[in-house]
Design a protein around this ligand. Structure first.
Ligand SMILES: *Cc1c(COP(=O)(O)O)cnc(C)c1O
Length: 357
């Protein structure tokens, strides 16, 4: 039976490539959670949360950091920190903030988005062409520019660091703030052989997710200047996201940072294995060379099955993938799927695309 969110709970022997959020905490992570020292985080008294926040601030080269329950809340809080209702926010085409947050930005921050670029990336010139000045008689002021790295809907695309730096410096010159939705920043760092702090450096505020490739059961962290994090504390509370003995989650986050960053290379290699196989089909549009992280998004040609059909056929074969659009399918590798499982899933997925009925 379909659940409220339209999915069914997969039997454990299915290969679940719907998302890197489906991972379950490992025994080691659960042990760390059980042993966590905790306190009331709203009083700043949870030592494990404090340790996690200091650790992420250091890792991202920022003054301060703040744990939030979800990446969506991180994005919402970021909008509140930098914008006023009616402002314009420049984002990349098909960004998470615009497509995957159920209209939250319009409902909570009251901002409008302008989409620029394509394929998960845009340039400083794209930003400057779309940016609207403050004080104009007609235009909504562009007070924030947001980059998503890696870019989810574009297929886990790594944002070129030189473009990020150019966008942020153009933004600073124009008095526009910059925010990095780095839910999968560690994937970008590993794929591009960059330090996370270097990727975060150009931005005023940055978020990372602990609950995606890093395998924690929940939590994202915002990092930036003390002033911005102080503002974020208020908006987190306003969003209903200020919690209490949340060190149990923070312990999972610390465990994830200790154990699950380096191994992301395995997820990237596994995604390539699947991409190479899918690309064998003339019905799939996908250049495996573009698959650098743990996400592959492929399009289905008009003469083959549509995305819903491929998803259903893959499920019959024990592989779960996600329909991103009428003819677009996403598969995501993660720490709960082995190389062997991905090799098997690749063949089954190819079968699902190639099957005649
Ligand atoms: C998953 C994701 C988010 C939101 O995270 P949730 O924890 O699911 O709310 C934000 N941005 C990007 C790019 C994501 O992939």
């Amino acid at each position: 039976m379909a659940g409220l969110q339209g999915s069914t709970i997969p039997p454990v022997d299915e290969i679940d490539l719907r998302s890197d959020t489906v991972t379950r905490p490992s025994p080691g992570m659960r042990a760390a959670m059980a042993a966590a020292e905790v306190g009331d985080d709203q009083f700043g008294e949870d030592p494990t949360v404090n340790r996690l926040q200091e650790r992420v601030a250091e890792l991202l080269g920022k003054e301060a950091a703040l744990w939030v329950p979800t990446g969506t809340m991180a994005n919402q809080v970021a909008l509140r920190v930098f914008t006023r209702p009616g402002d314009d926010v420049i984002v990349c085409r098909e960004s998470h903030a615009m497509w995957h947050e159920t209209g939250a930005a319009a409902a909570n921050a009251g901002v409008q988005f302008t989409e620029v670029g394509s394929g998960g990336v845009f340039t400083a010139a794209d930003f400057l062409a779309a940016r609207k000045p403050r004080g104009h008689l007609l235009y909504p002021p562009t007070t924030l520019v947001e980059v998503e790295d890696t870019h989810n809907r574009a297929g886990g695309v790594v944002f070129p660091p030189a473009d990020a730096a150019a966008i942020c410096s153009a933004a600073r010159e124009q008095g526009t703030a910059s925010y990095l939705d780095g839910a999968r920043l560690f994937n970008a760092a590993i794929a591009g052989a960059r330090r996370p702090a270097d990727l975060a450096a150009p931005f005023d505020l940055v978020s990372i997710a602990l609950s995606k490739g890093l395998g924690a059961p929940g939590g994202s962290v915002l990092a930036g200047s003390l002033d911005h994090i102080e503002a974020a504390i208020r908006y987190r509370r306003m969003s209903g996201g200020a919690m209490r003995q949340v060190g149990i989650f923070a312990a999972a986050g610390l465990y994830a940072l200790d154990h699950n960053i380096g191994r992301l290379v395995e997820d990237h290699a596994n995604a390539r294995v699947i991409a190479d196989r899918v690309a064998e089909s003339a019905r799939a549009i996908l250049d495996p060379v573009t698959v650098r992280t743990n996400i592959l998004v492929f399009r289905l040609t008009d003469d083959g099955p549509d995305a819903a059909t491929v998803v259903a056929r893959a499920r019959e074969r024990g592989v779960l993938v996600f329909a991103f659009g009428p003819r677009t399918v996403r598969a995501v590798t993660h720490l709960d799927v082995s190389k062997e499982a991905c090799v098997r899933a690749a063949s089954l997925l190819l079968e699902a695309i190639e099957a005649s009925a």
